[in-house]
Design a protein around this ligand. Structure first.
Ligand code: 9MR
Length: 447
C-alpha cells in the first residue's frame, strides 16, 4: 500500500466561519491591495466574465449605467430580445430596444448573451395561438431571423429556454412548442448554428441546480444525447434564482462539474439570491466558488444591478442596494473572484490519498467543493476499479451529514464506508466541520 500525503496550497479553501463571526465589518472591507476592484476585472483574472441583465428603459439612469459600465463585462437583455419583443407581428421584426442594449454594451467593450430565441413564455400573441407545422416553421424562422440579425455580435445564445418540467418527471414541459414534436429543441439549435455559426449555443433553465433533482437529470440526459448525436450545443445555462425555499444546493459544484464533463461550457446566467447580510453574502460566495472550481464554468451573470431593479425586488436579491451601494454580497463575490477565499484567511489543509496498486487496486482522490460557515463539501473520484470500497475518515468534531452518488454505511461516527450505487466512480459528501477545516483522509480497496 502506498500512502501519499499532500500539502495543499491555499487554493480555494474558505473560512466562512471567520466571515460569519466578523460579520458586516469584514464583509464591507476593501479588497486587498493589488486585487482587482471591479467584478469584471476580478473575473477576468481567471478568464471568466461577470455579467448582468440590463433593461433598456433604465439606460438613461446615470447611477444604473455608472455601475453597469464600471462593474460588468457581459450583458443580457432582460426582456428586449425575447420573442414578443423582437417579432411582435409575424414576419415583422423589431429590434429598437434590443439594439439600444447591444450597442451600449459593445460601445463599452462588453459582450452580450442573447436571451432567448425560443421559449414557451413571452411569445407574441400571434404565436401563442399557433400549433403544428405552422408553429414549428414560425419558431425556426424566428430563430433564424434574430440570430442572423445579430450574427457576430453575440457571445452565447440561449437558444431554448425552460423547456423541462418542474417536479419529479424529469421530462419536457408541455407547451405549444413541445407539441410540435420532441425534436423542436434540436431543430432550434441547428437553425441557430446555421444563422450565427460563431456564437456559443446554450440551453438555459431554472431549478437545475441540485444534481439529484429529476429536472436536472432530465436536462443532463438531453445534453448527453445531443452531444452523442452531434446536435450543435456548446453550453448550458443555470439560471440560479435562489431563495429560502430553493437554497443553493450543497451539491451545486457537482452539478456544474458533471455537465461540464459532457463537453459543454456551463454558465450561471440569471443569478439572484433573496436575503440580506452575511447569510446572503455566504450563499453568493458559495455560488461563485462553485463556478471557479469548474474549469468550463466560463462566467456568472446576475439578474439585475440594484435590488430595486430586480424582478423580485422585495427579496433584495442582488449585489447593490436601491441606492447603488455595494452590499456585503458584492464584497464576498469580489473577494472570491480575486483570491478564491471570500476575503478570509484560508486554513491550511492536508489530504491523504491511499491506493493499493498491488492486487488490482484502486486509487481514491479527494477534491474540495463549496464551503459554508458550518460545513463544506468534498468529492472523491476513484480510478483503477469500478468495484471499489472507499473509506472516508473525518476528524473530530467533524461529521458527514450528507452523501450523494454512493451507497454509504458507517463503521463509526468518524468513518464512512462508500460503495458504488450505479452513479459512476465519483461521489460527494457534506461535512459539518465544527471549526475543523482539515480534509478527510480517504483510502480505497477493491471489493
Ligand atoms: O426579469 C424578467 C421580468 O422582467 C419579466 O417580467 C419576466 C417575464 O417572464 O421575465 C423575467 O426574466 C426571466 C428570464 O427571462 C427567464 N428566467 C426567469 C427570469 C425571471 O422570471
Amino acid at each position: 500500500m502506498t500512502l501519499t500525503v499532500k500539502s495543499v496550497a491555499r487554493v480555494s479553501l474558505v473560512s466562512t466561519l471567520v466571515l460569519a463571526a466578523a460579520g458586516a465589518a469584514l464583509l464591507s472591507a476593501s479588497p486587498a491591495s493589488g486585487a482587482a476592484s471591479t467584478l469584471a476585472a476580478a473575473a477576468q483574472q481567471s478568464g471568466r466574465y461577470f455579467g448582468t441583465a440590463v433593461a433598456a428603459n433604465k439606460l438613461g439612469d446615470s447611477t444604473y449605467t455608472g455601475i453597469l459600465n464600471r462593474e460588468f463585462d457581459m450583458v443580457t437583455a432582460e426582456n428586449e430580445m425575447k420573442m414578443d419583443a423582437t417579432e411582435p407581428n409575424q414576419g415583422q421584426f423589431s429590434y429598437g430596444n434590443a439594439d439600444r442594449i447591444v450597442n451600449q454594451a459593445r460601445n463599452q467593450g462588453k459582450r452580450v448573451r442573447g436571451h432567448a430565441l425560443a421559449w414557451h413564455s413571452q411569445q407574441p400573441g400571434w404565436m401563442q395561438n399557433m400549433s403544428g407545422t405552422a408553429l414549428r416553421n414560425a419558431m425556426l424562422n424566428h430563430v433564424t431571423q434574430v440570430a442572423t440579425y445579430y450574427r457576430g455580435k453575440i457571445y452565447a445564445w440561449d437558444v431554448v429556454n425552460e423547456a423541462f418540467a418542474d417536479g419529479s418527471s424529469g421530462g419536457r414541459r408541455d407547451s405549444n412548442l413541445q407539441r410540435t414534436g420532441n425534436d423542436w429543441i434540436e431543430a432550434a439549435f441547428r437553425a441557430a448554428r446555421a444563422a450565427d455559426p460563431g456564437a456559443k449555443l446554450c440551453y438555459n433553465d431554472y431549478n437545475t441546480d441540485n444534481w439529484s433533482h429529476a429536472k436536472t437529470q432530465g436536462v443532463y440526459r438531453m445534453v448527453q444525447d445531443f452531444k452523442s448525436r452531434g446536435v450543435p450545443i456548446d453550453c448550458v445555462g443555470f439560471q440560479a434564482h435562489f431563495n429560502s425555499g430553493n437554497p443553493v444546493p450543497s451539491n451545486y459544484h457537482t452539478t456544474l462539474q458533471n455537465f461540464a464533463a459532457l463537453g459543454v461550457d456551463v454558465q450561471i446566467t440569471e443569478l439572484d439570491i433573496e436575503g440580506s447580510g452575511s447569510s446572503q453574502a455566504q450563499q453568493y460566495q458559495g455560488v461563485t466558488q462553485a463556478c471557479l472550481a469548474v474549469a468550463r464554468c466560463t462566467g456568472i451573470t446576475v439578474w439585475g444591478i440594484r435590488d430595486t431593479d430586480s424582478w423580485r425586488a422585495s427579496g433584495t436579491p442582488l449585489l447593490f442596494d436601491g441606492n447603488g451601494n455595494k452590499k456585503a454580497a458584492y464584497t464576498s463575490v469580489l473577494n472570491v473572484l480575486n483570491d478564491g477565499t471570500g476575503g478570509t484567511t484560508p486554513p491550511t489543509s492536508t489530504t491523504t490519498t491511499t491506493s493499493n496498486p498491488g492486487g488490482g487496486g484502486c486509487t481514491a482522490t479527494y477534491s474540495e467543493g463549496e464551503k459554508w460557515s458550518d460545513r463544506f463539501n468534498g468529492q472523491v473520484t476513484v480510478s483503477g476499479s469500478d468495484n471499489w470500497i472507499v473509506t472516508v475518515t473525518v476528524s473530530s468534531p467533524q461529521r458527514i451529514i450528507a452523501t450523494w452518488n454512493t451507497s454509504a454505511s458507517w463503521e463509526s461516527a468518524n468513518v464512512m464506508t462508500a460503495r458504488p450505487n450505479g452513479s459512476g466512480n465519483s461521489f460527494g459528501f457534506t461535512i459539518s466541520h465544527g471549526g475543523n477545516w482539515n480534509w478527510p483522509s480517504v483510502s480505497c480497496r477493491v471489493a
